[in-house]
Design a protein around this ligand. Structure first.
Ligand SMILES: *Cc1c(COP(=O)(O)O)cnc(C)c1O
Ligand SMILES: [Zn+2]
Length: 392
């Protein structure tokens, strides 16, 4: 096999186990309606992916471990420089909380200012390989901007449906990069219904969160990088702002694949999901011990990227939290706002509201004694504060 190719085998339903052809356009499982994940021949990939080989590679983007990414032909692998974001030790923030090993992964340095670049880079690239010319999605804004960027770069079309209250700057970002933007009355779930209808009618490829099997592969690279950046040892705790859940679910998949590849052992970080008090379906389901989350009524929060009332990946998010012995917590919008201001002054990094939610949650969990001073903790700063122009 060409050494630049992928070891993808097929797509497997995460719920019923049915398999699907990875050379054809697929969305959700046509038997049970749940999520499909790409599966790789990890035993073969193992020969190519020793720590020594990986560390010598010069490619610092999401295609670094291309063997376990879904795009077979190198010529379809787009890049705008996404991925391999800095892992920064937070001395001031750590000192204030009496934490000795607290880090952040600065996803704000991705091309479109958020970690959404990773997922859409992977999904648009795979779409190109499958011959797709039109992509459609509902978005809280950041995913739409990322889709528009990669679609423009590839010379194909992005159709994006966002709630009317999406920050103006993000709306402009989408329009300037040539995305076809439609404003929808209501929440992301309402935008989802319209995007779905229009997508079906026009035969556009849907890249709605977890409703296709490839964005998760882009997000997975956060977990791959983290392991390499920590010299193949994972931190004790990962704190992650959770909306649709691709980030947490993608990293969880990365850890499993890396264990099979022999790159890490069976230890796992505690995965901690953070949601806003005004929309916390995962937190509620976690506390109740439910396998699925019921939709959250009257969802509200200015952290719109994590204002997701009804996530199709609920069972996968809850599974990752539980298997990791982690937890799920909510923070108030007032705490998020306060964290945005204070964190910028403490560490010199402007964070978006979703990322500030992880900062606020870290403070609360430390004060409650959940986090110990010697735990190594990674906060996912999912986006830059520069993507948040409205009046905060
Ligand atoms: C989309 C988004 C999230 C939530 O991401 P999921 O992995 O889908 O849960 C968090 N932060 C920002 C900045 C986002 O844009
Ligand atoms: Zn199924």
């Amino acid at each position: 096999m060409d050494r630049n190719s992928s070891y993808i085998v097929n797509l497997i339903c995460t719920n019923c186990g049915k398999d699907f052809n990875a050379n054809e356009r697929n969305g959700l499982c046509n038997s049970c309606g749940k999520i499909l994940f790409p599966k790789y021949d990890l035993e073969k990939a193992k020969e190519m992916l020793s720590k020594q080989i990986i560390q010598k590679r010069k490619k610092y983007n999401i295609w670094r471990l291309h063997e376990i990414m879904p795009v077979k032909d190198e010529k379809f692998r787009l890049t705008l420089g996404e991925g391999w974001t800095p892992n920064v030790k937070l001395n001031n923030f750590g000192k204030d909380l009496n934490l000795n090993q607290v880090y952040l992964k600065d996803e704000g340095q991705n091309p479109t200012g958020t970690f959404k670049s990773r997922g859409l880079c992977a999904a648009v690239s795979k779409g190109l390989e499958l011959g797709v010319k039109d992509f459609v999605m509902p978005s809280a804004g950041n995913a739409g901007a990322a889709l528009s960027a990669y679609a423009a770069h590839a010379g194909v079309n992005a159709h994006v449906y966002v709630p009317k209250d999406t920050p103006k700057l993000i709306q402009k970002e989408i329009i300037h990069m040539g995305g076809e933007l439609t404003l929808i009355e209501g929440l992301i779930s309402d935008a989802g219904r319209v995007a779905n209808k229009e997508g079906k009618k026009n035969n556009w490829f849907s890249v709605s969160t977890l409703k296709e099997p490839y964005r998760v592969e882009g997000k997975k690279t956060m977990g791959l990088e983290l392991a390499e950046q920590f010299n193949w040892a994972l931190p004790d705790i990962i704190i992650y702002p959770t909306g649709g859940g691709t980030g947490i679910v993608g990293m969880w998949k990365a850890f499993e694949e890396m264990e099979t590849l022999g790159l890490i052992g069976n230890e796992r970080p505690k995965m901690i999901s953070v949601q806003p008090s005004g929309c916390q379906p995962i937190v509620r389901a976690f506390k109740k011990g439910d396998k699925y989350a019921t939709p959250w009524d009257n969802a509200h929060s200015f952290a719109s990227g994590i204002r997701v009332p009804d996530a199709i990946g609920d069972y996968l998010i809850l599974n990752a939290i539980r298997e990791s012995n982690g937890t799920a917590v909510a923070v108030d919008d007032s705490e998020i706002k306060e964290a945005m201001y204070s964190f910028a002054k403490t560490e010199g990094i402007m964070v978006c509201p979703e990322a500030a939610a992880t900062v606020a949650a870290t403070v609360n969990l430390t004060n409650e004694g959940y986090i110990d001073s010697n735990d190594s903790v990674v906060l996912f700063i999912t986006g830059s504060g520069l993507t948040t122009p409205n009046d905060w």
